[in-house]
Design a binder for this molecule. Structure first.
Ligand code: HEM
Length: 228
């Protein structure tokens, strides 16, 4: 993708999510915005799902009485709905939506077996991240943003079938890939995304119709100055 296309796409996303362009085509200083998108992707979905926004804002605003408390630790980890929103975002809009190709290790004497089939040496095999995470067999209503799907543990404990479906769903959740070549920065990615979303909803943002409006929330912005 050329830079010009990237800026155009960013400005269109701005229109869809916030109701106005992010002006990255014309304002060089605003071109930092696409880099912040991995952390802010959940915010785009929050603009479209007002009930999700309301529940998450409530969780964050009742957990943290001051913006300066927002940091890695037990309090942030206790925000279960936050984690569900982040995971649902990574599922519905994976930052790596492609096939991650693999081939047999030429030094290994063991054959590479996938689903009972031997993959001949030199042949590339892979799974499409996007298609796997939109397979309705694993993720019912895959095109709906349903953060709740990650939180139904209590109900499923009593229902062995639902418990098994949930275990399969978890195995099919691969935004960071798996195994030896899985993402080395997974923990870091969560530790960046969680406070980014939390601070955004603590310091500003209100749901106003189909859009999120970023205006300072009471005097919480003073913490933003202190903690930035
Ligand atoms: C939401 C954020 C992120 C996502 C969804 C993500 C996803 C992925 C995926 C799918 C792979 C495997 C690629 C492949 O096999 O072709 C990967 C690899 C990798 N990621 Fe990430 N990543 C994220 C953030 C980060 C961060 C913050 C870092 C480090 C600062 C990082 C470091 C790496 C490294 C070093 C690898 C290569 C691992 C290897 O090949 O051994 N990632 N990532």
């Amino acid at each position: 993708m050329t830079p010009r296309c990237k800026y155009l796409a960013t400005d269109i996303i701005g229109h869809l999510a916030f109701g106005h362009a992010l002006a990255t085509q014309t304002d060089e200083a605003l071109r930092l915005i696409p880099r912040a998108f991995a952390g802010l992707n959940p915010v785009v979905y929050l603009s479209r799902y007002s009930a999700v926004y309301a529940r998450l804002a409530n969780e964050i605003r009742t957990t943290f009485s001051s913006g300066s408390d927002i940091r890695q630790g037990p309090l942030l980890a206790s925000c279960k709905y936050l984690r569900a929103v982040i995971d649902e975002t990574l599922r519905i809009c994976p930052p790596t939506p492609r096939v991650m190709w693999r081939e047999k290790d030429p030094l290994s004497p063991e054959p590479l077996v996938v689903d009972g089939d031997i993959i001949p040496p030199g042949t590339l095999a892979g799974v499409g991240t996007y298609s796997l995470m939109h397979n309705p067999e694993y993720f019912p209503e895959p095109f709906s943003f349903r953060a709740q799907r990650w939180l139904d543990e209590a109900v499923e404990e009593e229902d062995p079938k639902a418990k098994e479906a949930r275990a399969i769903m978890r195995r099919a959740f691969i935004p960071f890939s798996l195994g030896d070549r899985g993402c080395a920065g997974k923990a870091l990615a969560y530790s960046e995304m969680s406070p980014t979303v939390t601070k955004t909803l603590c310091f500003m943002a209100d749901h106003n119709g189909p859009n999120l409006v970023f205006r300072a929330r009471e005097d919480y912005w003073e913490d933003l100055v202190k903690t930035s």
